[in-house]
Write a protein that binds this ligand. Structure first.
Ligand code: COA
Length: 304
């Protein structure tokens, strides 16, 4: 970017936060802020994925890397065009700045013909049946015993208390149908060379009973879960990975708009094991939220 282009970009930024957004606020009593420095805080934080002062010296308009200022500008333009919910962006900024406590996880999230809900002890039996099914577990090293499944169910349910989010039970007309949702990986994975980061990751995953396959529960359930973690929990990115061979799971990742980043060998499987080669995908909150209006609805306080 030439010096003249950088200057033009900075002028656009100042016009956006000093004039256009405050002027538009008069017509938007629902907006959580109306002053120029608040608009700047919200847009800059969201462009940086955290409080902007942690990565940029003030004044931000002069020191922000041009590509990030560009992202802040496009977020602001999207707010003006009604394509981006300012309340959601503000919520994320305040959570990052610890001005707002993370609202507790709801008890359920409604879908059209299914819901995501928290775990119950009564799920042990159908979950054990699901994890003992060789068809469901064909891309895992082995099916699980009832005891292993019960331990896993307890650990999955506890995630909501530990992290504020977790894998939800998928409840369909047939009752318990598996799970979909986000969690922090419990083992370190060799992802540094692929995404430059090995800690602080959040992954999304799914496991459904076979009668629930092909009905969109994985994709639609994942969208609900993503809207929740990206809005209520203010996460900036999630990753997903699966065995190279697991085409159905990779298809879900692709339908969610996740980008394939590359391959790695799963450290939990021995050299030469057919399931050891894995593919990694990632999804940025900004990309998801731009494409999914559900994020705003989840934050607006859908049911507990
Ligand atoms: C991976 C897994 C969850 C994918 O399930 P799935 O049934 O293929 O995924 P969905 O439920 O989202 O279904 C998607 C399909 O349903 C279709 N569908 C039907 N009704 C739909 C609706 N109302 N909305 C959206 N999609 C719908 C979609 O078109 C899509 O088909 P397509 O991929 O041919 O386009 C499932 O195969 C599974 O549980 N496997 C075993 C466990 C496992 O491997 N987990 C992953 C470990 S990493």
């Amino acid at each position: 970017m030439t010096a003249a282009e950088a200057e033009a970009q900075q002028r656009r930024w100042r016009a956006l936060v000093d004039e256009r957004l405050p002027a538009a606020a008069a017509a938007h009593p629902d907006w959580p802020v109306s002053r120029n420095h608040c608009f700047a805080r919200i847009l800059l934080d969201n462009a940086c994925g955290g409080p902007w002062r942690e990565s940029v010296a003030p004044p931000a308009w002069a020191n922000m890397p041009p590509e990030r200022l560009d992202l802040a500008l496009s977020l602001g333009e999207a707010v003006l065009a009604g394509r981006q919910d300012l309340a959601v962006l503000n919520h994320r900024s305040l959570v990052w700045r610890r001005k707002l406590r993370l609202p507790p996880a709801p008890l359920s999230l409604p879908g059209e013909d299914f819901s995501l809900r928290r775990w119950q002890l009564a799920d042990d039996e159908p979950f054990a049946a699901l994890c003992a099914d060789p068809e469901v577990m064909r891309f895992f090293p082995a099916p699980k015993t009832a005891r292993e499944s019960q331990t896993e169910a307890r650990a999955l349910a506890r995630r909501f208390d530990e992290d504020g989010f977790g894998p939800w039970v998928v409840e369909t007309a047939e009752g318990f149908s598996g799970f979909v949702g986000c969690w922090r990986p419990s083992r370190p994975l060799p992802l540094g060379p692929l995404i430059g980061q090995e800690t602080g990751l959040v992954e999304i995953g799914w496991r459904l009973a076979w009668p629930a396959w092909g009905r969109g529960f994985a994709v639609r359930g994942a969208r609900l879960a993503l809207a929740d973690v990206f809005s209520r929990c203010a996460l900036t990115e999630v990753v997903a990975y699966t065995a190279d061979l697991n085409a159905p799971s990779r298809r879900v990742m692709e339908r969610l708009g996740m980008s394939e980043v590359g391959g790695f060998d799963h450290p939990g499987l021995p050299e030469g094991h057919g399931l050891r080669p894995h593919r990694l995908y990632r999804l940025a909150a900004a990309d998801f939220m731009a494409a999914d209006a559900t994020a705003a609805n989840v934050l607006a306080g859908d049911p507990a």
